[in-house]
Design a protein around this ligand. Structure first.
Ligand code: UTP
Length: 297
């Protein structure tokens, strides 16, 4: 049985960052709107929410991010145009996007960090647990990553964050957890209790090689933890620092999620996602595979 204190109904998608790793493409358009094959990045996260039982999505936007709101809004002229041209299937696809789920928006006036972006959603989340999905990360797997985390939250009542093994030489790119395997859990060695987290450590200082990969399910107490967090690395209010407080005060789990993660906010990660989703496309995947094979690499 799950009740309102453990049922995860809401998700926050922070999308107010500047996307500097993807300049110049992100100079005048949000990186969350860059398309992988035929869908903007953020739509993958929205579809993951839908498949995970989320009912309400809160998107944190900022300056220059109007395209995100427009994308998830109704587009009656476009739908009418497509229908008049007999392109009923396309019209239906366009309509489906705005009817998918209930959206709310809030703005982060300045990109003061991921922790600050999450705090901007406090009023809309209220006093209940919620998921956080980074809109530029795609996790592709049989069971959506957010669903995997929600199941841990529903069973334990404690916050849980997604982690995956990363190469030791790349620990500087991730938040890294210091954690011990939870005994006798139904997730076996995949569920760990977090002692602490370190943001982007050097390989020789990393407490493990389990990197945080952009999916979280958190209790509302995280908001107080963020408020008590000062500006950390790069003068930003980091979510990692607030998670350290939460781990100490309320307990926090790490789950090694099943699925393939693409950090598509990074150019190489984006290319990998594009190639792999292209290969899986039912319409032209085969033709694309033939094309790749024909390249003299
Ligand atoms: P990133 O660090 O990947 O995004 O933050 P960024 O700051 O936009 O990108 P780079 O590093 O400069 O290339 C992860 C997520 O958190 C959001 C981003 O939009 C992204 O989806 N974010 C980050 C905010 O909403 N506000 C912030 O102040 C920082």
């Amino acid at each position: 049985m799950t009740d309102l204190r453990t049922r995860v109904r809401k998700a926050v998608l922070p999308a107010a960052g500047l996307g500097t790793r993807f300049l110049p493409a992100t100079k005048a358009q949000p990186k969350e709107m860059l398309p992988v094959v035929d869908k903007p990045l953020i739509q993958y996260a929205v579809e993951e929410c839908l498949a995970s039982g989320i009912e309400n999505i809160i998107i944190v936007t900022g300056r220059g991010k109007n395209a995100i709101e427009d994308h998830f809004d109704a587009a009656p002229e476009l739908e009418r145009f497509l229908e008049e041209k007999g392109k009923r299937e396309l019209a239906e696809q366009v309509r489906r996007i705005s009817n998918m789920i209930q959206f709310s928006y809030t703005r982060q006036k300045e990109p003061l960090g991921l922790g600050h972006a999450v705090l901007c959603a406090r009023e809309l989340v209220g006093d209940e647990p919620f998921a956080v999905l980074l809109g530029d990360v795609i996790i592709d797997g049989a069971v959506p990553a957010t669903r995997q985390l929600a199941e841990v939250f529903e069973a334990t009542g404690a916050g849980v964050i997604a982690v995956q093994e990363v190469p030791r030489e790349q620990t500087r790119l991730y938040g890294i957890v210091d954690a011990v395997a939870e005994k006798n859990s139904r997730w076996g060695e995949r569920l760990l209790r977090i002692r602490t987290l370190v943001e982007k450590p050097a390989p020789e200082q990393a407490p493990s090689t389990l990197g945080v990969t952009g999916r979280y399910v958190l209790p509302p107490e995280i908001f107080d933890c963020i408020e008590r967090t000062g500006r950390g690395a790069l003068g930003e209010i980091q979510l990692t620092d607030a998670l350290v407080l939460l781990a100490q005060e309320k307990g926090l789990y790490a789950l090694v999620v099943e699925g393939t993660t693409y950090d598509a906010g990074d150019k190489l990660g984006f290319l990998k996602a594009t190639v792999e989703f292209g290969l899986k496309n039912p319409e032209f995947g085969e033709a694309f595979r033939d094309y790749l094979r024909s390249l003299k690499l």
